[in-house]
Design a protein around this ligand. Structure first.
Ligand SMILES: Nc1ncnc2c1ncn2[C@@H]1O[C@H](COP(=O)(O)OP(=O)(O)OP(=O)(O)O)[C@@H](O)[C@H]1O
Ligand SMILES: [Mg+2]
Length: 426
């Protein structure tokens, strides 16, 4: 028995262990190996959650720096590391970069306030940016190239801005991401690769391609999620548009901006399932009313008294009518909050009407809203679902969005029957 345990421990992959020369060694799995050795301009690792995406970004940068050194560039190299939001950048992407370079010839200085990583020996620097700060993505040319973590949540505009920035030097772009929506990453990247465009390379793998990913957790997800959600989140597969509630949602994703208008919000209460509050601004442009969702709050197991501190009292909030106590609680603290209209299919129609008439904008910083929209589906025709409503589960931001869109629809209240009389000639 003891022998068996020992063997198991020995087999466990040692990621980033130090060898006898003091070098850090990473044994990549096959998918990781194929993307990291890709030599084309645009490369993407599209994989399930925990599949080992973020950890290969710094390794790719290290390879790029080595290539430039071999080409004779010794100073002033410029590269970029981008995540969709500041939160993802500061909590996952940058710490992974710092940890990977630590104790190696690439260990430099992280200047947090400047958002830069200074490489040693005047080699150059890496700009550390979030795509929800669109100004940072313009100007200057890169030679190292750019690593985009979770690029599937970025807008097409951010992607095009990065293509421009890397254009002059034809510097490569390396993407590590989970698929979220059928968006530019699928249509302008993966499909181009599949059609044989030689500037593109993509590799797809599931969470368990990573030898360190727990199989039990993978199986739990397979058991509890719908097939479409599981395949997208753990399989790294883009879902089909069939059965999607908001098939054109990707067209709404935009860079953050600050229109002036009425502040409206939607709240779906939750404890084990996430509490979701969406902030919206309803503004008029060219005579059309546009709803712009600029921020989200999305958290589990947090008491309402904590959420309260983060919600603005300047808003008109529309909340889940099934939770009158929570609504009353917020009201007693001075919030302008009303029970939302909650007819599911009418709400879905109101959201789709906005999407299809370009009157809904979603900031790319609303990552959970975008994630949910990617897996929000109607039940299969063959399924024994009892309603025609979309499948419940990952739909908290979906509900909050529905509440806003339906509750701001102005009803034309006509109490009397209208009568129109057109007089005769005399
Ligand atoms: N080839 C590998 N062999 C062993 N361990 C690995 C390998 N690839 C990744 N890991 C380990 O798996 C863990 C998850 O990796 P990583 O954070 O890159 O996953 P991810 O796909 O970015 O996850 P997320 O979906 O949460 O962003 C890390 O702790 C890393 O050390
Ligand atoms: Mg990651």
């Amino acid at each position: 028995m003891q022998k068996k345990q020992k063997k198991k421990k020995k087999d466990k992959p040692k990621w980033g262990s130090i060898d006898k020369y003091g070098d850090k060694v990473y044994n990549l799995h096959p998918g990781q190996s194929r993307v990291i050795t890709s030599k084309v301009r645009f490369t993407a690792a599209i994989a399930g959650t925990g599949g080992g995406k973020t950890v290969i970004g710094p390794l790719w940068l290290a390879n790029r720096i080595r290539t430039l050194l071999e080409e004779g560039v010794t100073e002033g190299m410029i590269g970029m590391v981008i995540a969709p939001t500041y939160k993802i950048l500061s909590r996952a992407t940058v710490p992974t970069l710092i940890e990977t370079f630590k104790g190696t010839e690439l260990e430099g200085r992280f200047l947090e306030s400047k958002g830069q990583y200074i490489l040693p020996n005047n080699m150059g620097k890496l700009y550390l940016l979030s795509a929800d700060n669109p100004d940072g993505l313009e100007g200057g040319q890169l030679d190292i190239g750019a690593w985009l973590d979770e690029a599937g949540q970025m807008s097409e505009r951010s992607w095009l801005a990065l293509c421009r920035r890397t254009g002059v030097n034809e510097a490569p772009i390396f993407i590590t991401t989970t698929p979220y929506l059928v968006n530019w990453l699928k249509l302008e990247f993966l499909d181009r690769y599949l059609e044989g465009d030689e500037d593109y390379f993509a590799e797809i793998w599931s969470s368990i391609a990573n030898p360190a990913y727990p199989k039990k957790e993978y199986e739990r997800a397979r058991r509890t999620l719908t097939k479409a959600t599981f395949e997208m989140m753990y399989g790294g597969m883009f879902g089909s548009l069939e059965g999607m509630v908001y098939p054109d949602f990707a067209s709404c994703i935009c860079e953050p901006h600050s229109p002036i208008g009425m502040q409206v919000g939607g709240i779906d209460f939750g404890w084990r399932a996430p509490f979701c509050a969406l902030h919206g601004i309803l503004y008029v442009e060219d005579g059309r009313d546009i709803l712009y969702i600029d921020k989200e709050r999305y958290q589990t197991k947090t008491p309402l008294k904590v959420h309260r501190k983060f919600l603005s009292k300047d808003f008109v909030w529309f909340a889940d009518p099934a939770e009158p106590d929570s609504i009353q609680d917020l009201r007693s603290f001075g919030f302008r909050i009303r029970p939302a209209r909650n007819e599911v299919l009418t709400g879905v129609e109101a959201v789709n009407a906005r999407i299809l008439t370009n009157r809904l904008q979603i900031s790319q910083s609303c990552v959970n809203l975008i994630k949910e929209a990617g897996v929000y589906k109607y039940p299969d025709k063959e399924s024994d679902a009892e309603t025609e409503n979309p499948i419940k589960g990952m739909d908290h931001a979906m509900d909050a969005l529905r509440y806003i869109c339906l509750s701001i629809v102005r009803k034309n209240k006509v109490n009397k029957r209208a009568r129109v009389i057109i007089r005769n000639k005399e």
